[in-house]
Design a binder for this molecule. Structure first.
Ligand SMILES: NC(=O)c1ccc[n+]([C@@H]2O[C@H](COP(=O)([O-])OP(=O)(O)OC[C@H]3O[C@@H](n4cnc5c(N)ncnc54)[C@H](OP(=O)(O)O)[C@@H]3O)[C@@H](O)[C@H]2O)c1
Length: 421
């Protein structure tokens, strides 16, 4: 069978773009044999053409029009950031090109404009690479589960923070775990987007659209970072049968509103989200008919992300007029009461546990377990750790009313609290 050539216009040649170039070079024959399509890189947009990147320099350009206005069949965006990515995707669609992107920021922020345009121009819009990189969650939700009603999902969607938490489980302090994540290329020099949960919130917004056909703006998803979690917290909760993961979750309620959150949570040790280690991702999706489905694998890196982009390219080339999805924007629903893990460090009067128990009970917070330990950094301080019964989201304010400074307190959600022992 002679394969049909698919000319790719590539925007960006960083970690992901280079991954696409390498994958095309390595697998073209196998892809042609399997699909009847032979991908070829036609042109690549970069900022700095003089940089050496192990790519045929004749392919490189610093003029966007060389890519989007050229005779390419599919435009692949791996630039990152808001602009010029959004304008170039728009221009490609206006010119009737199917597009494929790895850029979760652009999709989560501009889905209305981009997906509406793709729909109007009847051009495919692929975004598998935006969530869980090489793990095929988007096509599974969009196509394989199209007949089911998906009602909730939860998962570990950020590989950097999962790597850091896995290291902290072994006893490394946060700062050392972050250095190791940077050394291995999992964390950027500024890790804010990862450790503050911003990256996971963008992916949550995209998954909501994909799973529910409705989404909420990423900046309205209640979000908490993981920088206050310590190796001592991980050791303490392990004794209680838990570990800690940065969990993204969302649920479609009966009114069509979405309850979503991103933040560190206590997860029972045997749960799927607790078992996922290092830079891996996991997504557990609940469908009314299918029940729970688990997707797991490498959620970042040039190779897995390029694999997702290229499979979207092949889909788009085979069916360039595949209808783009449309997502309604809905209201975020208020959080449900959840059990909490509290940790407070304070000066050490004799009756400390009693005082905290009474104080919490007085605030309507029922405590199931409490433990007081010396603070290794300062003999005069004690660390109080407690597990509560489900309580309202304003718990931090109520505890602050007991005199605990907010920056000295964590109050993490607890999934399926273990029985009292
Ligand atoms: N890295 C991952 O593991 C991963 C996984 C999933 C999704 N993603 C997403 O994939 C996208 C790309 O990530 P990356 O890690 O590959 O980023 P990166 O390494 O920083 O690469 C970005 C590339 O885009 C080019 N570029 C950026 N702005 C440009 C502009 N204004 N004009 C021309 N070229 C420009 C850069 O050119 P120069 O090289 O000349 O600077 C570079 O080649 C992001 O949206 C990211 O969120 C990344």
């Amino acid at each position: 069978m002679s394969a049909r050539e698919v000319r790719i216009g590539l925007l960006g040649c960083g970690t992901v773009g280079r991954g696409v170039v390498e994958l095309v070079a390595r697998n073209t024959d196998a892809i042609a044999a399997r699909t009847g399509l032979r991908p070829r890189i036609e042109k690549i947009l970069v900022r700095d053409r003089s940089l050496s990147r192990g790519v045929d320099s004749a392919l490189l350009t610093d003029r966007p029009e060389d890519v989007v206005r050229n005779g390419v069949d599919v435009v692949v965006e791996a630039l990152g950031g808001d602009e010029p990515a959004c304008s170039l995707l728009t221009e490609a669609l206006e010119r009737g090109k199917p597009v494929v992107t790895a850029n979760k920021l652009v999709l989560a922020s501009h889905h209305d404009r981009l997906l509406t345009l793709a729909d109007r121009r009847r051009r495919a819009f692929g975004y598998e690479a935006c969530v869980c990189a090489g793990v095929p969650v988007v096509r599974s939700l969009r196509h394989a589960l199209a007949a089911d009603r998906l009602t909730s999902f939860e998962g570990v969607l950020n590989g950097t923070t999962n790597f850091i938490l896995s290291r902290m489980e072994e006893g490394d302090p946060y700062a050392e775990a972050l250095i190791e994540a940077r050394r291995r290329g999992f964390a950027e020099s500024d890790p804010t987007n990862d450790v503050e949960g911003i990256d996971a919130a963008l992916k949550t917004a995209i998954l909501c659209g994909t799973a529910f056909g409705a989404t909420i703006p990423p900046d309205r998803i209640p979000r908490e970072g993981m920088t206050k979690v310590t190796a001592a917290d991980l050791a303490a909760v392990r004794r209680w049968g838990y570990t800690i993961r940065l969990i993204a979750r969302a649920e479609l309620d009966d009114c069509g509103d979405i309850r979503a959150s991103v933040g560190p949570e206590l997860i029972p040790q045997g749960a799927a989200a607790a078992r996922v280690r290092d830079e891996e991702n996991v997504l557990i999706v609940h469908g009314q008919s299918s029940g729970d489905l688990i997707f797991q694998g490498r959620g970042a890196g040039g190779g897995p992300t390029a694999s997702a982009l290229l499979s979207d390219v092949l889909d788009a080339a085979a069916k360039p007029d595949t209808p783009a999805p449309r997502w309604r924007t809905v209201k975020p629903a208020p959080a449900r009461p959840t059990a909490r893990y509290l940790r407070i460090t304070c000066a050490a009067p004799r009756a400390l546990p009693r005082r905290w128990l009474d104080g919490l009970t007085g605030q309507g917070v029922e405590v199931r377990r409490i433990e007081v330990a010396r603070c290794p950094e300062d003999e005069r301080l004690r660390t109080v750790r407690a597990l509560t019964e489900p309580c309202e989201d304003d718990i931090v304010d109520r505890i602050a009313a007991l005199g605990a400074p907010e920056d000295n307190l964590i109050a993490l959600r607890v999934q399926n609290p273990a029985r009292k022992s």
